[in-house]
Design a protein around this ligand. Structure first.
Ligand code: HEC
Length: 142
């Protein structure tokens, strides 16, 4: 094998590894618009198929528990959660953890709540940008 072929092969393997052929993936959020995210969050229905909106299950008032946990201060929890030794999800930072909470709600189920209650298909219902906008909004809830 020529030297350049070898270099190419090593590069391909590195790129594949970075893309995560199992287990190594990271969930991270891109830049978002918090004002748009708030508007989306407050819609009674959301997404292509008009799923139940976030606000119908989540209050942003401290300790007001609806079907889901109150999201007051969620940005602070989001900063701590990925560092928890018990955390098994794929986020490395607060915004990534919030994004994961939307696209894969059962990656880290909130204490005292049941899995499979929050819709599991927001990933298909919302655009990546809409999800990033909602994450930007949630990051303001300190
Ligand atoms: C049908 C009710 C329901 C809807 C609609 C819903 N959620 Fe949830 N959500 C839950 C429940 C129940 C939990 C707790 C269980 C879990 O962590 O998966 C939760 C957990 C979360 C968490 C993690 C909270 C924590 O303290 O760990 C976030 C963040 C979140 N939801 C955001 C959203 C956003 C944003 C939307 C709208 C795109 C949304 N949810 C729509 C019920 C819902």
């Amino acid at each position: 094998m020529s030297r350049s072929t070898l270099v190419l092969l090593v590069l391909v393997v590195l790129v594949l590894a970075a893309c995560g052929g199992g287990g190594g993936q990271t969930v991270s959020a891109g830049p978002g618009d918090a004002a748009k995210g708030q508007a989306l969050f407050e819609q009674k229905t959301i997404g292509k198929d008009n799923l139940q909106g976030c606000v119908t299950c989540h209050s942003t008032q401290k300790d007001v528990v609806l079907t889901g946990p109150a999201l007051a201060g969620i940005a602070n929890d989001a900063a701590e959660s990925p560092k928890d030794p018990a955390y098994k999800g794929q986020a490395k930072d607060a915004a990534g953890w919030l994004k994961e909470s939307i696209i894969n709600p059962d990656a880290d189920v909130a204490d005292g709540f049941q899995p499979k209650v929050m819709p599991q298909n927001f990933k298909d219902e919302l655009t990546d940008q809409q999800i990033n906008d909602i994450v930007a909004y949630l990051m303001t809830l300190k």
